[in-house]
Design a protein around this ligand. Structure first.
Ligand code: NDP
Ligand code: HSE
Length: 435
């Protein structure tokens, strides 16, 4: 009886979870597939490194290409991350007729089209559930559960590290950097954590989800990205006073003339379900024409949850190998040649309500100047609060606006920049009361 053989590239946070899962689930996997599925080889950067999981040292190599060219291996699991050499390894594996499972959202967002095209022409399977929102089965939901419907919007929290940081800043008031260190030690963060806190990782996931849900390629450069690094405990407590909470939101949405694809912090009502999704949990709302609103919530990062998504893909492909049909699934739901190109709307063409925090000198006439600059661009102020007062010290002035066009607001802020009114960059956070 054939054994389905897996070769894995990477034995870090995610790879360790996969080894642990395969060590503990041998019997269940055999029952589900009907054949043995065995992890036969792992490639790492440094063989001498101590590993958290037991795996035969003789089956560990520093030559990742020996995995993708090994004629015995049926499925390659790529959990090393980054663009290169991951891309070269995946393309080589496909050219050798191997099926691929990857958690690499960075690679798929930047160079997915090359991968999908190679997968289609090589007639192999591609699993990438782990690339979007950890354990949450969002890829499967789009690719099969909602394949009979039209998805109009996908919105949610898709970065565990960012959500973990914002949640603890909100509940404990601890400084940003201290919490980031905890997220790194828990295995949530990317090898370059700037990807998490600058919103780039969420944007990778938005690009993948939008491409899959809307049947289009998405140029990563057209996704609007803003991270959480400028959010302060003061912004969090002001949001609380307004009955709002700050979350890093990722949105992919159909709109007039194209789609929206954006990532930015947003103030949402405390009563919204996303406001109570905390820690490294992710949550995604999917709005469909027929199925209406559906919500998926689960752990969005970390060793075990991500390994679960990887194993689900491996078992799915192994079942196709065992029963027939492997290599027939278009990775992006519809064959690439049937997709149409869709324009991504610029953020400057969108309309939001805003929270604005200015750092200004405490002297007469300043508030009038702020209001004047906004008013000139037709932006109407909803509320205004001045915080703290110490002689000769700048003060924080917080304004919220009614709905305004982003382009108009940016013009008003540009006019105020570099004047003696704004003593520090203005913090601008979009308010989404109907998130
Ligand atoms: P880690 O940095 O913990 O692990 C990376 C692994 O890749 C290490 O074992 C490293 O070897 C190995 N590696 C790096 N370069 C090479 C190379 N040239 N040849 C062979 N092996 C190499 O990363 P994670 O496990 O956190 O992430 C892996 C992937 O999963 C990334 O794409 C990430 O975006 C994605 N992901 C991560 C999640 C998480 O929660 N951490 C969740 C979802 C997706 P060595 O150990 O010797 O250094
Ligand atoms: N660094 C990512 C996160 C891992 O924190 O969400 C999961 O994709």
């Amino acid at each position: 009886m054939k054994t389905i053989k897996i070769g894995m590239i990477g034995f870090g946070a995610v790879g360790s979870g996969v080894v642990n899962l395969f060590n503990n689930m041998t019997r269940e996997i055999f029952e589900r597939v009907g054949l043995s599925v065995e992890l036969v080889k792992i490639a790492v950067r440094n063989k001498g490194k101590k590993r958290s999981q037991v795996f035969d040292k003789n089956k560990i190599t520093e030559d990742a290409f020996s995995i993708v060219t090994d004629p015995e291996i049926d499925i390659v699991v790529e959990v090393m991350g980054g663009e290169e050499p991951a891309m070269a390894l995946i393309l080589k594996a496909i050219s050798q007729g191997k099926h691929v499972v990857t958690a690499n959202k960075h690679l798929l967002a930047m160079r997915g089209e090359e991968v999908y095209s190679a997968v289609e022409s090589g007639e192999v399977e591609l699993g990438f559930e782990a690339a979007v929102a950890g354990a949450i089965p969002i890829v499967r939901a789009i690719r099969s559960a909602f394949a009979g419907d039209r998805i109009d919007m996908i919105q949610g929290i898709v970065n565990g590290t960012g959500n973990y940081i914002l949640s603890r800043m909100t509940s404990e008031g601890k400084p940003f950097n201290e919490i980031l260190k905890d997220a790194q030690s828990l295995g949530y963060a990317e090898s370059d954590p700037a990807f998490d806190i600058e919103g780039i990782d969420s944007a990778h996931k938005v690009a993948i989800m939008a491409a899959l849900a809307f049947g289009t390629s998405v140029n990563f450069g057209s996704v609007f990205i803003e991270g959480i690094t400028s959010i302060t405990p003061d912004d969090i407590s002001m949001a609380r006073e307004f009955g709002l909470k700050i979350k890093l939101l990722a949105t992919a949405k159909r709109c007039e003339g194209g789609i929206e694809a954006r990532v930015h912090p947003a103030m949402i009502p405390q009563s919204h379900f996303l406001a109570s999704v905390n820690g490294a949990y992710n949550a995604i709302e999917i709005i469909c024409d027929n199925a209406a609103k559906n919500v998926l919530i689960g752990p969005g990062a970390g060793s075990g949850p991500t390994a679960s998504a990887i194993a689900g893909d491996v078992i799915d492909i192994a079942c196709k190998i065992a029963r027939g049909g492997a290599g027939k699934t278009p990775p992006m739901l519809i064959p690439l040649e049937l997709r149409s190109e869709t324009k991504v709307k610029a953020i400057s063409d969108m309309v939001f309500e805003y929270y604005l925090r200015f750092t200004v000198p405490d002297r007469p006439g300043i508030l009038a100047k702020l209001a004047g600059a906004l008013g000139e661009k037709g932006i109407s102020i909803a509320s205004m609060i001045q915080r703290g007062r110490q002689e000769n010290e700048p003060v924080s002035v917080v304004l919220t606006t009614h709905s305004a066009a982003e382009a108009d607001l940016d013009m008003a802020l540009e006019q105020l920049k570099d004047t003696d009114i704004c003593l520090a960059p203005v913090t601008k956070i979009r308010i989404q009361k109907d998130a």
